[in-house]
Design a protein around this ligand. Structure first.
Ligand SMILES: Cc1cc2nc3c(=O)[nH]c(=O)nc-3n(C[C@H](O)[C@H](O)[C@H](O)COP(=O)(O)OP(=O)(O)OC[C@H]3O[C@@H](n4cnc5c(N)ncnc54)[C@H](O)[C@@H]3O)c2cc1C
Length: 309
């Protein structure tokens, strides 16, 4: 792992720095590129603009690692409200949630119950709830929650990280559930015996799992596939494989984060691919923002330019 990336990932978990930097104007200005605002309304307004270009969105309230059940309940109520706000506007936006934001560290059953309530409400409204995948200690619990909710609701997706050595067998075990899988490279610092490292290895792993997922779509298996990536090479790889397998452009969805590769998002949507943009909002944006910097350390320059005025 590059030194800059490692330093940034360490900074992302430092509470003192989070407190200091979130108050600074220059950080607030730099973050606007990736975050339309701290409330759901700016996220819905950004959705309106993207929809004009045929790009629907996924909304997520930033936050993770709640410390009490009450906080987890409040987060659940917030997301239920977000689903209602999406419905009021008549948008086809989905939501994405992090298990540690719903209390998975405190109690797995409670977390299952809370995310299940969201899946129920989303089902009534015809929307999908995606469950994010966090660092490796939470993978088993997250998959357990996913499996149980999937047994009751079709409209629930789970994120699978290409960099984990266990991922091939996780995909295999999910396939009988007719799952919805979002494949990503993986965003956390993991021990060497848990995940591969370095761009080349991450890319190779991502494409290996792409082969599996697209192969399953091509052989008629019942699953939905989302790819969460901004990497033009991965997108070319997905497209080449889809053509080779005779899959139409709308057989899968390409998902990107708000503000990243905007041109590519528009271009893909124009070409007839299904593109969806994940918009984050909320006050707890510091760890999330620093992870975005770690993905592309050149973004630190944007931050420094704002610092220098
Ligand atoms: C919709 C979505 C959901 C996700 N959910 C999860 C999740 O649940 N769990 C998880 O661990 N990870 C998640 N991720 C993050 C993911 O694991 C990667 O860390 C992230 O997508 C960066 O990898 P990449 O595939 O874009 O390629 P990279 O190899 O990081 O980047 C390749 C190229 O993409 C462009 N790029 C990438 N990042 C940026 C950026 N920040 N700014 C500007 N350009 C950039 C650059 O051109 C770069 O050269 C998600 C990502 C997306 C898009």
């Amino acid at each position: 792992m590059g030194l800059t990336r490692e330093i940034l990932l360490r900074i992302s978990t430092n509470e003192w720095l989070a407190d200091q930097l979130t108050r600074r104007k220059f950080t607030q200005k730099a973050v606007q590129r990736f975050l339309p605002g701290e409330d759901v309304d700016p996220a819905l307004d950004a959705t309106a603009k993207l929809r004009q270009n045929g790009i629907p969105t996924i909304l997520t309230l930033l936050g993770e690692h709640v410390k009490t059940q009450d906080e987890a309940e409040e987060v659940t109520r917030h997301f239920l409200g977000t689903l209602d706000r999406i419905a009021e506007r008549g948008y086809d936006s989905d939501i994405s949630v992090k298990p540690t934001h719903f209390g998975i560290e405190l109690d797995l059953e409670g977390t299952y119950g809370r995310i299940r309530r969201l899946a129920e409400r989303a089902d009534e409204l015809g929307r999908t709830v995606a469950i994010d995948m966090e660092d490796s200690p939470f993978v088993d619990g997250t998959l357990d929650i996913y499996r149980r909710i999937r047994a009751e609701h079709r409209n629930v997706a789970v994120c699978i990280q290409g960099y984990l050595f266990r991922t091939a067998s996780d995909i295999e075990s999910l396939l009988p559930l007719a799952p919805t899988i979002r494949l990503v490279k993986g965003a956390y610092t993991e021990p060497r015996d848990v995940a591969c490292r370095g761009k080349r290895a991450l890319d190779a792993a991502f494409l290996e799992h792409t082969d599996t997922l697209l192969g399953k779509l091509a052989d008629g298996s019942d699953l939905r596939v989302f790819f969460g990536t901004h990497d033009p090479e991965m997108i070319d790889g997905i497209q080449e494989r889809a053509v080779r397998l005779g899959l139409p452009k709308d057989a899968f969805e390409i998902q990107m984060l708000y503000g990243i590769q905007r041109q590519l998002q528009l271009q893909l949507a124009d070409q007839g691919f299904r593109v969806r943009v994940l918009i984050s909002y909320g006050e707890s944006w510091f760890p999330w923002y620093v992870r975005r910097l770690a993905e592309r350390p050149a973004n630190v320059l944007v931050l420094l330019r704002n610092l220098l005025g």
